[in-house]
Design a protein around this ligand. Structure first.
Ligand code: MTE
Length: 344
């Protein structure tokens, strides 16, 4: 977030979201095609015709992180057609979603996560559940995901750097996972931690690294239990690319993007508010709550407007920013009586 670079959009590039949209339409019209099959190369694409196949980006046709993922993606519930789990705003093209990223473990430029994450390993993957819960332990990701049906949610993502995207995620509600591990009455906060893979993460090895790894984030337990809080394992119908937080990441769409921590290996239920990476680094710039708020400005970025990506020389696509990123109906009650300028 310390470095800002304009998007480098090539208008001539294929926009895979059209492929995705047609798949989505296909699914919604009740075709017999398996929901998840739509995302697995060959099966769905073959059924939808060669034109579609030709237009499919290579990234969507990659092999799953492990064989069991195919089964997991074999049935995905499409997003409903209305807010808050869906928005009819134009989707950000796939290529921008996977090439314009913040993932400081791979470097500080927007293109670093996609260019420098080739050695990142997601198999095997486990997640430790710790702290104030009845069932702590280290769980293989397959066991973490097993009971959860995957669904799609189309959310706005608003970065504190004042750019935004609209992304179709695949995943499941964070609340469902939390309930399974039975937090105790003392669990007032949930802390999340990202993996540290020194050998595959150039940003972690860098002498210029500004973050004290691992990257950490946190939510109040009632925020974590909110219906919008989502654990994503995919986007645009396919597995999460490394640069977007493979194999599992948080998505909290009413908060600035830095709360949506990637590549999670630890979920810790705590009595007290956890330390979080950006807040530790610069508390006067990055608050613990980090709710999208057009009236509370960051010292370097005004927050009342945002640049909806992609943009180019001819179209900057600046739009007004909404309180809670437009999700006030679902989350405003969480902050009743709080001074949002103080608890930014
Ligand atoms: N998670 C980790 N582990 N490391 C990071 O650097 N960056 C955050 C968030 N999650 C970050 C992270 C920021 S600043 C943003 S805006 C979003 O990821 C960006 O998500 P995206 O790259 O998938 O758009």
């Amino acid at each position: 977030m310390l470095v800002k670079k304009p998007a480098d959009i090539q208008p001539s590039e294929i926009t895979p979201e059209s492929v995705y949209r047609r798949r989505r339409e296909f699914l919604r019209t009740g075709a017999t095609l398996l929901g998840g099959g739509a995302l697995l190369p060959g099966l769905a694409l073959a059924q939808q015709g060669d034109a579609l196949k030709a237009a499919a980006p290579a990234d969507l046709a990659r092999t799953p992180p492990a064989p069991w993922w195919e089964g997991k993606f074999a049935a995905i519930e499409p997003a409903p057609s209305s807010e808050p789990f869906f928005t009819s705003e134009a989707l950000t093209p796939y290529r921008d979603v996977i090439r314009y990223n913040n993932f400081y473990e791979f470097g500080m430029n927007k293109s670093d996560p996609s260019n420098r994450s080739g050695d990142f390993r997601v198999d095997p993957w486990s997640v430790e559940i710790a702290g104030e819960v009845a069932r702590p332990g280290r769980y293989h990701l397959e066991d973490i995901l097993k009971p959860h049906a995957l669904e799609e949610r189309v959310y706005r993502l608003r970065c504190v750097e004042a750019w935004s995207m609209v992304i179709p995620w695949i995943g499941f509600p964070l609340a469902d996972l939390i309930k399974r591990f039975e937090p105790t009455g003392n669990a007032r906060y949930v802390e999340f931690e990202t993996v540290v893979q020194r050998d595959s993460m150039p940003g972690v090895r860098s002498p210029f690294s500004i973050i004290d790894w691992p990257y950490r984030e946190g939510l109040r337990i009632d925020e974590a239990m909110n219906e919008l809080s989502f654990l994503a394992v995919g986007l645009y119908g396919s597995y999460l690319p490394a640069q977007n937080g493979a194999p599992i990441r948080l998505v909290v769409p009413w908060k600035y993007g830095f709360k949506s921590i990637k590549s999670i290996v630890r979920i810790h239920f705590r009595k007290t508010q956890p330390n979080t990476s950006w807040n530790d680094l610069q508390a006067n710039e990055y608050g613990f709550y980090a709710n999208v708020n057009p009236e509370v400005h960051h010292p370097r970025w005004r927050q009342d407007t945002e640049r909806r990506l992609p943009q180019n020389l001819f179209s900057r696509r600046v739009i007004p920013t909404r309180l809670f990123n437009g999700y006030g109906e679902q989350v405003a009650h969480l902050y009743q009586g709080m001074d949002l300028a103080r608890h930014y």
